[in-house]
Design a binder for this molecule. Structure first.
Ligand code: HSC
Length: 698
């Protein structure tokens, strides 16, 4: 019998253990081995019942995602599920960790389900651009009701054991030894003599068309809101609707067809790429996570928005953290802000008040340096000013213990310069968090000239501990994310000078899938901040190159964006944006002064100019070795810049368009708009060779 699945008989119960590390995914060989074990359990007269359980950290986390798109990557699990459900002996799934996707589907084909109190179950397929493909949309509404099934299949969010029990997805929570509890449960059911519950035969929770119509309407509304432009949630709803209308055997055919349709589509390919890219990012050549130091205590310098958010991220992960600022008033403001955010979470029911108290207690606010010498990691998060940051690095180098890692949260300044102001450049690294740092998942880990391998390993492990995605990048102005953002924002501004309005540009990119338009981003981040970054970067610009004209004027007018109620847009008291005719007039007069003839600019051009500017700069970054692989760039844009997951990130997206087509447009823009559009040599080469960024060796 295959080692992927083993069978042992305990007290007359066949214990079938799936052992396919790290997460018991249903990879090649697993369904076959499971089927063989079920056959053996059925045939053995000594066996009265069967328990399915996962070895290691979890039950089954679903189909093997890395196999999707490969031959045999999405086998038909239905024969296995029927075998499980029709076993002439009761079957119990014993769930710990997570039962996700195909894992929950297998569990639902068992007659009963026992679960550990801290385990979760879910149908997260929608996160991969697909729908449950192994009867999940047919069994889940039968067990949990239509409303719950809609919620789970559209949001993709898992539910905790208690909720799973209350909604009927599982039958029993087992405190203590899960296997012992599941075996006892299975024996109880066997003693009852059957018949045992088959989820495919349940009907009473399926509701009537009149009851279901508003539920599906609400589901579609929710899908439009939380999964804008995505196909899979709508297909999941279609399949769930089939479950309510058709017999099980027919409903599952509808599901399989919709699953296959989603799997063949571009959205799922992009989202599966995004899933794998995110995990790949933590694997950096020569960097061994085992070399990571343990971070028992951290210190953050600067209690502004970034510093406070970073302190929260540490506290949320259970790491004690000192939060320092030079004046008491700023510190008090930072702490008050942290408290307000935590109180908001308690009010929304995200966690109970005692969790808030525990987290607040982990944050030690202070104006003095006392105690900082105990920190294993110090993150500097002061104002973006090189001289100030250098002074702070000199100071922390003096105070910190020799093994302490010194990190900077700078979003664009030179890490080597900061390292140079210490006597331990090998211990200096960039950890560029994104605002709000307690929420945003991306951390760019900036590798300086001297940054030690063990320091990089630690930064990656810290990011993971904070439940963030660490991506190692090279040291250059703006690193990867902000360096690419510059041409993107620049094109957005050129487009308005040429005839579009800021609201045209924002609308086109939002409709295309970006979480926010570039001008809304500018207004949120602060036009004063953007203006300062522009001044810092002047040294890197070719003096003859075209430069946006309007932003400087807005800055001069004190239109800093949301914080002043006016920027590219006008804002009401609730910070709701509206187009501002004053800005339009300013743009038109500025363009006229510069001799730019206004013309009609369509949505397609807006998207191409902005997105291909990202791609072209991304290609340069790859060529310069500042990102190790195209998928790292994609991960940065997906987790830090609101790039739509279903387009896979800028470099992946370029591949879906075809690099030859992207290159052709870049060349046209080059001819029309000049040197800023010089095609990156890597783009030119790959376009000529018919290659893709994704296929480049990492
Ligand atoms: C599905 O199930 C479709 C079904 O309807 C079936 C359709 C029919 C077709 C049948 C086909 C058989 N596969 O995230 P972590 C790896 S769709 C392969 O860092 P955590 C991951 O790459 C699937 N690998 O850990 C990483 O590898 P590395 C539905 C998977 O503790 C390692 O495990 N299921 C994998 O933070 C650790 O992962 C999902 O969408 C998978 N399914 O989180 C679940 N899952 O060490 C996706 C993980 O080499 N997974 N890996 O880097 C998750 O949400 C999280 O990984 C967990 C663990 C919560 C499981």
């Amino acid at each position: 019998m295959s080692e992927l699945v083993t069978l042992a008989v305990r007290e007359g119960v066949a214990v079938i253990t799936i052992d396919n590390p790290p997460v018991n995914a249903i990879g090649p060989g697993v369904p076959e081995a499971l089927a063989r074990c079920l056959d053996a359990a059925a045939a053995d007269p000594e066996v009265r019942a069967a328990v399915l359980i996962g070895a290691g950290r979890t039950f089954i986390a679903g189909a093997d995602i890395s196999r999707f798109g490969k031959p045999g990557g999405a086998p038909d699990l239905r024969p296995l599920l029927s075998q499980c459900e029709n076993l002439p002996k009761p079957t119990v799934a014993a769930i710990h960790g997570t039962a996700l996707g195909g894992g929950l589907e297998i569990a639902m084909a068992c007659h009963y389900r026992a679960i550990a109190p801290d385990a979760q179950v879910g149908q997260p397929e929608v996160n991969l651009g697909i729908i449950p493909g192994a009867e999940g949309t047919q069994r889940l509404p039968r067990l949990a009701g239509v409303a719950r099934a809609i919620e789970m299949c559209v949001s993709g969010a898992p539910v905790h054991a208690a909720e799973a029990l209350a909604s009927g997805i599982v039958d029993r929570i087992v405190e203590g030894d899960l296997l012992a509890g599941a075996v006892a449960f299975a024996l109880e059911m066997a003693a009852g003599g059957g018949p045992w519950r088959k989820s495919s035969e349940l009907h009473y929770k399926l509701g009537s068309p009149a009851e279901n119509a508003p539920l599906f309407a609400a589901g579609r509304e929710q899908a439009a809101k939380i999964r804008r432009n995505q196909t899979a949630p709508l297909k999941a709803l279609e399949s769930l609707e089939a479950a309510t209308r058709l017999p099980f055997a027919e409903g599952r055919l509808v599901e399989r067809a919709l699953f296959a349709e989603c799997l063949a589509g571009t959205q799922s390919k992009a989202m599966i790429h995004a899933f794998l890219a995110e995990r790949e990012a933590s694997k950096v050549s020569g960097v061994d996570p085992k070399a990571a130091a343990t971070i028992g205590e951290a210190a953050i310098i600067g209690a502004g928005t970034m510093g406070s958010g970073i302190a929260m991220a540490f506290a949320n992960a259970g790491v004690p953290v000192r939060l320092l600022d030079q004046d008491q008033a700023s510190l008090d403001r930072g702490i008050a802000n942290i408290r307000k955010i935590y109180e908001g979470s308690v009010k929304k029911g995200r966690f109970p008040a005692d969790v808030m108290h525990q987290r607040m207690a982990l944050i030690q606010p202070q104006v003095a340096w006392a105690g900082v010498e105990q920190a294993d990691l110090i993150v500097e998060a002061v104002f973006e000013d090189l001289a100030l940051k250098k002074r702070i690095f000199e100071e922390i180098d003096r105070i910190a213990k020799p093994t302490c890692i010194l990190a900077s949260n700078t979003s664009s300044l030179d890490i080597d310069e900061l390292a140079g102001s210490t006597a331990r450049p090998h211990m200096v690294v960039g950890m560029h968090f994104f605002s709000p740092a307690n929420v945003m998942r991306l951390v760019e880990i900036v590798r300086g000239r001297s940054t030690g391998i063990d320091v990089l390993a630690t930064a990656l492990v810290v990011a993971k501990k904070l439940k963030k995605v660490g991506v190692v990048v090279g040291n250059c102005p703006g690193f990867v994310g902000n360096r690419m953002l510059m041409p993107y924002l620049r094109e957005a501004q050129f487009l308005v000078e040429e005839g579009a309005t800021p609201w045209d540009v924002d609308r086109a990119l939002y409709d295309w899938g970006m979480a926010m338009g570039p001008f809304a981003v500018d207004d949120m981040a602060g036009i004063d901040v953007g203006w300062r970054v522009k001044q810092q970067n002047r040294a890197f610009q070719n003096p003859g190159a075209r430069s946006p004209l309007v932003m400087d004027k807005l800055y001069g007018m004190g239109r800093y964006g949301q914080k002043t109620g006016r920027g590219w847009f006008r804002y009401d008291d609730n910070r709701k944006a509206a187009p501002d005719p004053e800005v339009e007039a300013l743009i038109r007069s500025t363009a006229a002064e510069a001799g730019i003839e206004p013309r009609a600019v369509g949505a397609e051009e807006i998207v191409e100019r902005c997105i291909y500017a990202l791609v072209n700069e991304g290609a340069r970054i790859l060529e310069e070795g500042l990102a190790s692989r195209a998928s790292d760039i994609d991960t940065i844009y997906l987790t830090g810049y609101g790039f739509p997951g279903y387009r896979g990130g800028p470099m992946w997206y370029a591949g879906t368009v075809g690099l030859a087509d992207v290159h052709r447009r870049v060349e046209e823009f080059h001819r029309r708009h000049g040197e800023l559009w010089t095609p990156a040599p890597l783009l030119t080469r790959l376009a000529a060779e018919g290659g893709t960024f994704a296929a480049l060796a990492g």
